[in-house]
Design a protein. Structure first.
Length: 177
């Protein structure tokens, strides 16, 4: 119970951080807004909370940003897959006794290839954004720039948390997800 309460509290803090930095760290592209801060939070959530909680954090940040008018519908497919991938790769690398923090750099795999593709071929047609259809490569490029820069920021923060001993406190239990 205490472990779940800690995760819930950290998820709420990361969600609040993701929403709070939204107005300061984004750039427009077609009908979307690229948001490196989301990807930084995805890295933190994936590593500190695991894949399922990270997906929840990404979803909540996206929904709050949309409702505040500082995000678009593309925040959902652009955020959730990257958060999940980081959490999964972190757990795999940890089991392999590799440097699990490098999972931070897997965030673009989920965001670009899964999120970008879903955005172009599923979300855009559903909401009438025909200018996005056929723009897969440009969307991948912009999602990639946003995602990679956020991954680097997230990796740096994880390294700082590791150095000061906080990362150990939040270690994800393999069987807790």
């Amino acid at each position: 119970m205490r472990r779940q309460l800690s995760k819930l509290t950290l998820a709420a803090i990361l969600t609040a951080m993701g929403v709070a930095i939204a107005p300061f760290l984004w750039f427009p592209f077609l009908t979307a807004k690229a948001y490196p801060g989301q990807h930084m939070i995805n890295v933190l959530a994936g590593i500190l909370l695991g894949p399922w909680w990270a997906m929840l954090v990404a979803f909540l940040i996206g929904m709050i940003r949309i409702n505040l008018g500082i995000g678009t519908i593309y925040a959902i497919p652009g955020g959730i897959p990257g958060a999940f991938i980081v959490g999964v790769f972190y757990q795999i690398l940890k089991k392999l006794k590799a440097k699990p923090e490098i999972a931070a750099f897997t965030e673009p795999l989920g965001t670009v290839f899964i999120g970008g593709t879903l955005s172009v071929y599923i979300v855009a047609p559903m909401i009438g954004h025909s200018q996005m259809i056929g723009a897969l490569i440009p969307v991948w490029i912009v999602f990639g720039a946003s995602s990679f820069s956020g991954s680097v920021l997230g990796f740096i923060l994880i390294e700082v948390l590791k150095k000061i001993g906080i990362l150990e406190f939040f270690e994800v239990e393999e069987n807790s997800e």
